[in-house]
Design a protein around this ligand. Structure first.
Ligand code: GLN
Length: 354
């Protein structure tokens, strides 16, 4: 008898091997990346989701906290063909249910063919298929998690670095690599709660407003939209992933749910000005539909044509749907951080003074 069950929205219940016990539910997503499991498992963008690794062996170079993107594991559960003991112990210690000995390639194929699915998981002594189905019946869609920002944001204003350019990073579930990419380029990064008000930004008087990545439906991040609406034209504005979606919504664009998202570290993106194609890291289930009148689409996904980069050069707005900070994935787009910092008056003055 098995001690682990995965119940899917398409009616199937799959038997598995339990690696970390518990009962849970969430939207079933995947990553095709073959490294970077520590970064992915600690990425706050996976909150309320169950992460399936399509690469068969996960954990073959151990678990080191220096590679973590936040202070905890965010997916509600993890699925692989085989987790090493290290990873299983780490997930168990964090009370995150884990299962393996599953045909993950078949599972990922069914998500790609049938679209995003809800799932329920039951793992451990006495777990039954009915327990997994009961979890599934309680599972809500990503858009229904209206308070998701509260669970992934910083509570207090935290400052990193000591450079001359002050960046207000609105933490909708920010990856630490975004902070580090800015600090490495001589910025002072003020990590601020997702519901920071325009008055609080005025008191800080930053050089750049930056909306971070984050989980779920961008429509649930209205406070960040208000900031963009309030400060566009007065401050340069940047955004990554959920940040691009929030900026687009604030400036008259629309967002929509994708069938199964972009999920891996080899998504090709074409820059429409240069024609250059770069490989990018992606992990999103929503996308910008109409960019609206204020934003130009500057980069597109080679596979499906969706908007990967938006800009308004007059208003100093620059966003990316993918993850230029990598971790995991290719470093080809790190220059994005140079480009956004170059938009600030602070850095323009440096150039002018030279
Ligand atoms: N990585 C992210 O920021 C994800 C963006 C958004 N939550 C989506 O799923 O589309």
């Amino acid at each position: 008898m098995s001690d682990a069950y995965l119940a899917l929205e398409d009616g199937r219940v799959i038997e598995a091997r339990g690696r970390a016990p518990g009962r849970t539910r969430g939207e079933l997503v995947f990553t095709t990346a073959y490294t970077g499991y520590e970064e992915s498992l600690t990425d706050p963008s996976y909150e309320e989701q169950v992460l399936t690794f399509s690469y068969p062996l996960i954990g073959n170079y151990g678990v080191r906290d220096e590679r973590f993107e936040s202070d905890r594991v965010h997916p509600r559960a993890a699925i692989a063909h085989e987790f090493t003991e290290d990873v299983a112990e780490w997930l168990d210690a964090g009370d995150v249910p884990a299962i393996d000995h599953i045909d993950t390639r078949e599972l990922v194929t069914s998500i790609r063919e049938g679209g995003a699915m809800k799932c329920g998981i039951a793992v451990g002594d006495g777990a039954t298929p009915e327990d997994a189905k009961a979890e599934l019946s309680e599972c809500r869609g990503m858009s229904e998690h209206v308070d998701i920002g509260k669970r992934v944001t910083t509570v207090d204003h935290t400052t990193y670095g000591g450079g001359d350019t002050d960046v207000a990073l609105i933490d909708c579930g920010a990856k630490m690599s975004i902070v580090e990419s800015l600090v490495d380029r001589d910025a002072t990064v003020h990590v601020l709660p997702y519901d920071t008000t325009p008055g609080e930004i005025a008191a800080l008087d930053p050089d750049l407003l930056f909306i971070s990545n984050g989980p779920g439906d961008p429509a649930n991040f209205e406070a960040a939209e208000t900031l963009v609406d309030e400060y566009v034209g007065d401050l340069p504005i940047a955004g990554i992933c959920l940040g691009q979606q929030v900026v687009a919504r604030a400036l008259g664009g629309t967002t929509e749910k994708m069938a199964f998202g972009h999920r891996g570290v080899n998504q090709p993106v074409r820059d429409l000005d240069s024609g250059q194609v770069v490989m990018t890291t992606q992990n999103h289930g929503y996308t910008v539909g109409e960019p609206g009148d204020e934003l130009d689409v500057k980069q597109v996904n080679v596979n499906d044509g969706t908007a990967e980069g938006l800009a308004n050069e007059d208003l100093d707005v620059l966003t990316r749907q993918y993850h230029p900070e990598a971790h995991p994935g290719p470093h080809d787009s790190l220059g994005f951080f140079d480009d956004v910092l170059a938009l600030t008056a602070e850095n323009r003055n440096v150039v002018a003074d030279d």
